[in-house]
Design a protein around this ligand. Sequence first.
Ligand SMILES: [Zn+2]
Length: 352
Amino acid sequence: MSSTSLVQRLKSKGDFFAISLDEPQLLENRESFELENGTQVSVLDSGIIRFTPATTPNKAVVYSCAVHGNETAPIELCDDLVTRALTGQITIVQPLLVIFANLPAIKIGQRFVEENMNRLFSGTHSKGVSVLNDERKRAKRIEEVVTEFFTSYPELSDRHHYDLHTAIRDSKHEKFAVYPYIENQPRSEEACYFLKASGIDTVLLSDKPTTTFSYFSSSQFNAQAFTLELGKVRPFGQNDMSRFSDIKSQLDDIVCTATYQPASCDLNELNIYRVNQTILRETDSFKLHFDDDIPNFTGFSLDEVMASEDSVEHKAEFEGEAIVFPNAKVALGQRALLTLVKCDLQYGVIES
Ligand SMILES: [Zn+2]
């Protein structure tokens, strides 16, 4: 396919994601072209596309999906947005980078091929190995692209990155956000307004630096960044997209409305949790004291045993202490369970 016909196809069908997945060789020339509305489009890699608006922007925005390849609803949301932008159904007014992260994992319908990509950011991709596997190479490439993107707009301090996910297990709170750890800075109330407007009423405050994609953007570029868990994993075509209408309209508004401002809300309407215990699997005797299919955010009674190994019992230290992301099968030394208790938004923020 000639580059002219590729550009014509992208402008008429907008199927950048499908091409990235099934015919990535068509994107090897890394085309740049202009839409009728003046927006500049740059194909940076398979699954990575950048929109540069014709008008003066006031924020820089990154949307990412498929860091876990089987989390289809976020892929459908991003694919739909890119398609509408390419075909001129919407006009992008803020610089926008859209990333379909793990294409090989999407191909096989799995969370990952060799390892969890959301443990590879902030340079972890290149630590402790002499040869990078494909997921490590891709995480490195994604970091380069995001760095290039944010640093090309030094005048735009209002930076956003929403890393879209769906979760493996049921959840007492269907949608929730992981707010990356930030040092010596108050957490943003306006960011919480965005979450509420997006239909996300639960926020988990991370308590330490991590190797996730959202922490990378937050810590490196001071972006308003979240890992957004938008519901339960389902196969392509089986997502009830009406359940995503609020987040979809917010994601549209942020990049299509120059004066975007989320409606303010009462922060007391949000469930805000802090991490109370990080429980590691240290030995083969580690076990969780609840059913495999327990929903995230299930609460325990004070002193109830949640996990144990050898003679050590991990008990709830607060009435209603909730569990999230349990996984008894992680490698030794890795996190098998987080426990949470409710708090307010600025919990643990050091005054400075
Ligand atoms: Zn995920």
